[in-house]
Design a protein around this ligand. Structure first.
Ligand SMILES: CC(C)(COP(=O)(O)OP(=O)(O)OC[C@H]1O[C@@H](n2cnc3c(N)ncnc32)[C@H](O)[C@@H]1OP(=O)(O)O)[C@@H](O)C(=O)NCCC(=O)NCCS
Length: 145
């Protein structure tokens, strides 16, 4: 595995996160990422992490502990946004990030971690399952407005 450093996200990482998202999605969305990163830092400053290789931010994972979703009152660690630069993949960066989030969730009293994956995102689904997640007994429903 490459020499990966995992550390909590700060507001100084917003630009790097925005650039990683741009590499993945082709969309440059600085305002959206500023709002999003600040939201996670305010709500749960310990959980969300970035990964550095040689001092360069190559990946991020945002999440938080909350309860009450789906009538499930237990504290749940939610894994919500993540990305690793294409040239830094397959080196264990994603795994190091998710392991760090899961450890933070556990230390905050969560006994379960959850995430949602779109059916068409096969790569993300495979990554999440490789990291020990299994289908949950809930049904996702939606209504177009
Ligand atoms: C999914 C992603 C985070 C994986 O990052 P990564 O650093 O390459 O992952 P790792 O090298 O740590 O892999 C961890 C495990 O998952 C598996 N895995 C990762 N990507 C996989 C894929 N596409 N298919 C199957 N397995 C995969 C690896 O084989 C590894 O398992 P192993 O160690 O048991 O062999 C990365 O590919 C990515 O950022 N994808 C795009 C995410 C995205 O679209 N985000 C949008 C913004 S939310």
């Amino acid at each position: 595995m490459a020499d990966v450093r995992i550390r909590p996200v700060t507001e100084l990482d917003i630009e790097a996160i925005c650039r990683i998202d741009e590499r993945i999605t082709g969309k440059y969305r600085p305002d959206a990422w500023e709002d999003r990163v600040i939201y996670y830092i305010r709500r749960d400053p310990d959980s969300s992490q970035v990964a550095e290789i040689g001092g360069r931010v190559v990946g991020f994972m945002l999440g938080e502990v909350r309860g009450g979703e789906f009538g499930l009152e237990e504290p749940t660690g939610w894994v919500e946004f993540f990305g690793v630069l294409p040239d830094a993949r397959d080196k264990g960066v994603g795994r190091s990030l998710i392991e760090a989030l899961l450890a933070r969730f556990k230390s905050q009293g969560a006994h379960v971690a959850r995430t949602m994956v779109r059916s068409e995102d096969k790569d993300i689904d495979a990554f999440i399952r490789r990291n020990g997640f299994a289908p949950a007994p809930v049904t996702a429903l939606e209504k177009r407005l």
